[in-house]
Design a protein around this ligand. Structure first.
Ligand code: ZN
Length: 235
């Protein structure tokens, strides 16, 4: 059983008519609805909860954290962001979705600005350029998102371990739309699609990719503390 926590700032869905129409119960609820299965146990957390719903206890019992944030990045308390980043170092998987590229935990783990070019209302074709990778399982060689926000290169991230998806836009830009990293014992997947005013998380291929990513990021080992467990001198 993989224990997944889906974190969402949950702001646009309450303030923006279009986002609220597409995700009446929040983006986190939609992601939860397709992740829930016999193999995946899902809980959700939002910005307005005490400690943003990400207490020590919650993170200790989370194998993979899914993160959606945008306008609320700066409202995430530093100590909570640090706690999330430290949990990744200890082995928790992290799936950073869409504008999570600028979230505090992701930026901390990357160590770069994570800046990119962007523009609304683009036609995107996602190419699967690593078909051998577990995150690509069951995903076609390419698929189209008729409407998505354009995220374009240059994307200021450290060199990814693997680029799984490349986004191509009719307007000419390209983007490393699906990238993997390892930090400490934790696996990280950044995935670009998911602008709040388009029904991206209803797309079957997007759903498949996020499901695959959760399975891939599920840790074999999670440390209790960030220290070497063997402190006894060797005989
Ligand atoms: Zn967006």
């Amino acid at each position: 059983m993989i224990r997944v926590t889906i974190w969402n700032e949950y702001i646009h869905e309450k303030n923006n008519l279009q986002a609220g129409k597409i995700y009446p119960n929040g983006i986190h609820s939609q992601i939860a609805s397709f992740l829930k299965s016999d193999d995946i146990q899902v809980s959700t957390a939002t910005l307005d909860m005490p400690e943003h719903g990400l207490t020590e206890e919650v993170l200790k019992n989370t194998d993979v954290l899914v993160w959606w944030g945008h306008v609320g990045h700066n409202d995430v308390r530093d100590e909570v962001a640090d706690r999330v980043a430290e949990s990744v170092l200890k082995g928790m998987g992290l799936i950073a979705l869409h504008s999570a590229h600028h979230s505090k935990p992701f930026k901390k783990l990357m160590g770069t600005s994570c800046n990119l070019n962007w523009r609304e209302d683009a036609y995107e074709r996602l190419w699967c350029i690593a078909p051998h990778h577990p995150i690509s399982m069951g995903v076609p060689s390419s698929f189209v998102l008729e409407q998505e926000e354009m995220y374009g290169e240059p994307f200021d991230i450290p060199k990814p371990e693997e680029v799984i998806f490349t986004g191509w836009y009719k307007s000419g830009e390209v983007f490393r739309s699906g990238c993997t990293f390892t930090r400490g014992y934790g696996k990280i997947f950044y995935f670009q699609p998911g602008h709040e005013t388009y029904p991206i998380y209803y797309n079957e291929h997007v759903q498949r990719i996020i499901k695959n990513a959760v399975a891939w990021a599920n840790p074999l080992l999670k440390l209790e503390k960030l220290i070497c467990p063997n402190t006894q001198p060797l005989e």
